[in-house]
Design a protein around this ligand. Structure first.
Ligand SMILES: Cc1cc2nc3c(=O)[nH]c(=O)nc-3n(C[C@H](O)[C@H](O)[C@H](O)COP(=O)(O)OP(=O)(O)OC[C@H]3O[C@@H](n4cnc5c(N)ncnc54)[C@H](O)[C@@H]3O)c2cc1C
Length: 293
């Protein structure tokens, strides 16, 4: 019997990813670990190595979809209090990897610390945001990061300093580790003007976002260098294109929307269609933001 199959309070088996990911489709994930401490995380990684099972971090599930009938391996979700605290140390803020970026942006703005307010409307967790260096046209998360605490899949835990961190467009050198917490160095600012900037960001964002009564959504592609994926998709005439239960959002064409009964394969086929035709027509290779597990 695999070590992971024994009874562990923080490990579940066959958990439907549709309940954990924004797209609301996809098969179950073989194991889901929600460790309550770094020690439990290390123990889960150790069992994975001994059982020959792959581990991968899961944040808020805004950019992942599990294949059908199911995704093998263990997903590590850092949603327990040990990984969701926000600690203020003057202009420094340490946030657990499982903290939602929007919550962090609101908390830092209320504390009179500026920098993250432009990122308030980006879905997902701090850990995933650091790995993908999430950004808007005016701000990137990486520019405010001073250090990160990480775990390797071999179970080693250490801090990565600013000098060792590399943030680039849509990515970083944190891709092959599990981010446990991130330390930000922010700038003192007037809480009232920060609150206004937060509100403005929300209003501008909400304008184009679809209101979902059911189903799910996710962003499909990273912005190519010097271009915007949503503009390329709109120019290609894909806004509103549908395959099965998956459709391209009309108001924000880099979003894919899913309806009840959507299959993972519908999503895959729609992305492939857009990739192929964008490459043929505009000679641009779109890179997927949405990860298939
Ligand atoms: C409506 C909408 C709008 C969006 N707008 C923007 C935008 O303006 N700019 C932008 O940059 N992005 C945007 N995104 C993309 C999205 O917000 C990011 O991909 C986000 O970082 C996903 O966070 P998550 O916690 O949900 O990660 P998940 O979807 O759970 O995981 C995404 C990836 O990160 C990895 N990961 C998760 N947690 C960790 C961790 N602790 N350590 C290491 N790796 C980890 C996962 O293994 C996976 O590969 C948007 C998405 C949506 C749905």
């Amino acid at each position: 019997m695999r070590k992971l199959d024994a009874k562990h309070e923080f490990i579940q088996q066959n958990v439907p990813i549709s309940s954990l990911a924004w797209l609301r489709v996809g098969g179950p994930i073989e194991y889901l670990a929600t460790p309550r401490s770094e020690e439990e995380l290390v123990a889960a990684l150790q069992m994975c190595r001994e059982d020959g099972v792959d581990a991968r971090p899961l944040g808020d599930g805004a950019s992942v979809i599990a294949s059908e009938p199911g995704a093998p391996g263990l997903a590590v979700k850092l949603s327990e209090p040990a990984f969701t605290e926000i600690r203020f140390e003057s202009t420094r803020v340490v946030a657990g990897a499982g903290v939602k970026l929007g919550k962090l942006a609101t908390a830092t703005a209320s504390a009179g610390l500026g920098g993250l307010e432009g990122l308030v409307a980006i879905p997902g967790t701090v850990g995933a945001a650091a790995v993908a260096n999430v950004s808007t046209s005016s701000a990137t998360v990486g520019q405010w990061i001073e250090s990160a605490r990480v775990a390797t899949y071999a179970g080693e835990i250490f801090d990565v300093s600013k000098d060792e961190l590399v943030f680039e467009r849509g990515g970083s050198n944190l891709e092959n580790v599990i981010v446990l917490s991130v330390t930000f160095q922010l700038e003192p600012d007037d809480p009232k003007s920060l609150a206004k900037r937060l509100q403005k960001t929300w209003i501008v964002r909400k304008k184009d976002m679809p209101e979902l009564e059911s189903g799910g959504m996710a962003r499909m592609f990273k912005d190519p260098q010097g271009q915007r994926a949503d503009e390329l998709i709109a120019e290609g005439g894909f806004a509103g294109t549908r395959i099965g239960g998956a459709a391209v959002c009309e108001s924000f064409p880099n979003l894919i929307l899913t309806s009840d009964g959507c299959a993972c394969d519908d999503v895959k086929r729609l992305l492939t269609l857009i990739e192929t035709q964008t490459n043929e027509r505009f000679h641009v290779k779109l890179e997927r933001e949405l990860k298939f597990w």
